[in-house]
Design a protein around this ligand. Structure first.
Ligand code: FNR
Length: 360
């Protein structure tokens, strides 16, 4: 009789999708300027590259002879149950890559049991999303018009947002290295009609926002939890929490804002150690597979968010593509945990990491 096939790890439920392959597939279906707009970083794209490399620089030191017969990666993020620590970062203008836009992204995330952060620059209305979305947060830019900002926040709260994510690394939109004149003016954000009407009037980001505005935001949202996204320093993280933030999201906007900014894998430890244990820390930037997620968790993150991979998945497969990406990343995380000798997320501690290039 033929030898029985080697059993796949019970953790693995789907063939691996490498976001590298997804990106290539998306590139072949998207118009060049759309692909470039999503792929691009700012400046010389130093941070874009460094984000990816910095995770790989952290070598894993697996534990052996632990019982990893059952691996559970479900967790909670700000109290919301999620199927894994992998969530979807906010990215603008999703209808550029697929006709279903944010609706597809929300459906895919909900199917996989992940949380969705919806961009202020969404091309779908709150109403359209209502039935499709699982748990979601609104990513917010404070606009130059505070009344309009308050309107967006109030509608989000009424539509069921579970938290507000204030993005703070974008006082001005940095010039992109590629796709410099994109998106075109006719692609306007439509979350609320007032925003669509004013989108071309220069109402965007108010560069005068400070820590003092966090309390105002908490007030207008009816005290929704507030997450501050785009922090890479321990002192700023502490100041955010002192000013009323409930959680801090380590990000450099996927290398699209300050080029030369510290990669998030390196910023995470500084931010984590500046905050009390009970304050959740999230991270994004170059997270591409289960190894990267384990590295982020080992550095103290509660959740890791993916930006571009989710957009490539939407572009190539709509809602199903997004669901597949998230389910595959979950399976990859389960396998990685098992191979690290960890049966649960609580077993993922900083001692799993070694610098990959100790002599560099
Ligand atoms: C973004 N990002 C972003 N962030 C935000 O707070 N509001 C936004 O509207 C957008 N829009 C946006 C568009 C596109 C095309 C990209 C690629 C990114 C940043 C995003 O939330 C996240 O921080 C990064 O994408 C994470 O890095 P990776 O996963 O793309 O490497």
């Amino acid at each position: 009789p033929a030898a029985a096939p080697v059993a796949a790890s019970p953790a693995v439920t789907a063939p691996p999708i490498e976001p590298r392959d997804l990106e290539a597939a998306a590139r072949s279906v998207l118009p060049t300027e759309v692909y470039d707009y999503i792929a691009t970083g700012s400046g010389a794209e130093e941070t874009l590259a460094a984000n990816l490399a910095a995770w790989r620089d952290l070598a894993l030191a697996p534990r052996v002879l632990r019982d990893v017969g059952g691996v559970d990666v479900s967790t909670t993020v700000l109290g919301t149950p999620v199927s894994s620590p992998v969530q979807v970062a906010p990215t603008g203008y999703q209808r550029l890559v697929h006709p279903d836009g944010e609706l597809g992204m929300a459906t895919g995330a909900a199917h996989a049991g992940s949380l969705l952060a919806l961009s202020t620059r969404a091309t779908t209305t709150f109403e359209e999303l209502a039935d499709a979305a699982g748990p979601w947060w609104l990513q917010l830019y404070v606009l130059r018009d505070r009344d309009l900002t308050a309107t967006v926040v109030e509608r989000a709260a009424a539509a069921g947002a579970r938290a507000l994510v204030l993005t703070v690394d974008t006082p001005y939109v940095a010039r992109k290295a590629r796709a410099t004149a994109f998106p075109p003016a006719e692609v306007s954000p439509v979350l609320v009609p007032e925003l669509r009407a004013r989108a071309d009037e220069g109402v965007w980001q108010d560069p005068g926002v400070t820590f003092a505005d966090l309390a105002w935001l908490a007030e207008v949202s009816g005290r929704l939890p507030l997450v501050v996204k785009g922090v890479v320093r321990g002192d700023d993280a502490r100041a955010c929490v002192d000013a009323g933030a409930d959680a801090v999201w380590v990000s450099n906007h996927g290398g699209r804002q300050l080029d030369g900014a510290v990669p998030t894998a390196r910023a995470l430890a500084e931010v984590r150690s500046a905050l009390p244990d009970e304050v959740e820390v999230y991270v994004d930037g170059g997270i591409r597979n289960g190894r990267d997620v384990v590295r982020a968790l080992a550095l103290g993150a509660t959740a890791a968010f993916v930006g571009r991979p989710a957009v490539w998945a939407l572009a190539t497969g709509g809602a199903a593509g997004v669901g597949d990406l998230l389910v595959t990343m979950r399976a990859d995380l389960e396998e990685t945990l098992a191979l690290c000798g960890c049966a649960s997320l609580a077993d993922v501690t900083p001692d799993l990491l070694r610098p990959a290039h100790p002599h560099r």
